[in-house]
Write a protein that binds this ligand. Structure first.
Ligand code: HEM
Length: 154
């Protein structure tokens, strides 16, 4: 169960990133080129927010079964000095919760804006902040600090 969930969580990251980047492309294009807010824009906003929510569910579930997190919670004082343990026990979770909250608020705000320009602008700003936080908190394979595989087989 743990390995499957870890692989799913790892894989869903690409869905989150891909859908966010596509939604951002639509948002900046619409905002800067003064386009009409179409169904595609609405769908891209919803897909990006939903992908983030699916990742949140996998992440929360993982948090409760991960041996790394269990070690972190049971050996809090020692674990705080171990980079990899602290990253998954605290930093990754906190940053990702903030990012997903920002994406959720942005998606809801954009939906309620009265004009197309405001919808695009709201989506562009909030999703950009969310994406930057996510990019900074993923344990990339190339990271010298916390490195995990880019693709983990199921
Ligand atoms: C968009 C949001 C997120 C992204 C892109 C993301 C991405 C990742 C990636 C790539 C890994 C490494 C997986 C591997 O080892 O192959 C990971 C691990 C982990 N994530 Fe996330 N994550 C996100 C949100 C969350 C959230 C919200 C939580 C918890 C509330 C969470 C909890 C964890 C835990 C506990 C691990 C490590 C589990 C272990 O190694 O035992 N993640 N995450």
């Amino acid at each position: 169960m743990y390995n499957t969930l870890l692989a799913l969580h790892s894989l869903t990251r690409w869905l989150v990133l891909g859908s966010l980047i596509f939604a951002l492309f639509r948002a900046y294009r619409g905002w800067l080129l003064k386009k009409q807010f179409l169904k595609t824009d609405s769908v891209s906003r919803m897909v990006a927010a939903s992908a983030a929510h699916v990742q949140l569910v996998f992440g929360l579930w993982l948090y409760f079964i991960s041996p790394i997190v269990a070690y972190f919670l049971h050996n809090f004082h020692t674990a705080m000095h171990e980079r990899a343990i602290r990253f998954f026990g605290m930093e990754h979770v906190t940053m990702m919760l903030i990012a997903i909250t920002i994406i959720t608020i942005g998606a809801a705000k954009a939906k309620r804006k009265p004009t197309d320009k405001e919808k695009f602008k709201t989506m562009a700003i909030w999703f950009t902040i969310g994406l930057l936080i996510i990019l900074s908190s993923v344990p990339w394979s190339f990271s010298p600090l916390i490195s995990r595989p880019n693709f983990r087989p199921l």
